[in-house]
Design a protein around this ligand. Sequence first.
Ligand code: HEM
Length: 185
Amino acid sequence: MTGMHHMLVHFPLAFWALALLMMVAGRLGRGSLAKASAGGLLAVLVLSLLGAVAALISGWLVWPVAANLNSPMVRNHLLMSIWATGLWTVITLLVWQAGRQAVQGARGTVLIVLGLVGAALFAISGTLGGYLAGAPTQLSALLAQLGWSVYGTFYVPVWALLVMVVLALGCAVLGRLGSPEHRSS
Ligand code: HEM
């Protein structure tokens, strides 16, 4: 299954990278390139999620479960893969809801910011996978400078998790208040 995982991970990584480029082209580009990018974005995002599911399943089958759960680096790789998949799932839902307007104006700018965070997450997941496969990259040196040694289990303090939950609820409330149905009622 090792070779299968190595092959399958290219699908979500490549489609997510392409989706980010399409968001930028859709938001900042002009003419047919912008139009094609906005129109094709949802299809690319859906394909990326199918690829992510295949990568997540095949990843579990590379090493025995006990080895996966005992290795801090696999735990980090697993965590970042799930976070990346979670964020790109939200992006996919947003694009599905908003259609071509997802890449226009302020929405498009927010989408690009989310896409950049998603790109950071999949890049970290990929660099950790590279370590596991014996091919480390310079990205981990940057992470070390930011205070995270990838050899130790990634740890988020409880207060930081609570701040994230409060921020998420705040965003949901703001989104609800700004929705057209709410404003018209
Ligand atoms: C979106 C999901 C995932 C992505 C994008 C991803 C990405 C990667 C990448 C890029 C590599 C390096 C492959 C290479 O250098 O050719 C890798 C290796 C690896 N991944 Fe994942 N991965 C994902 C999910 C998982 C999961 C869920 C697990 C297990 C819990 C896992 C376990 C591993 C292991 C053990 C290796 C090293 C394989 C070896 O021995 O060479 N991955 N992954």
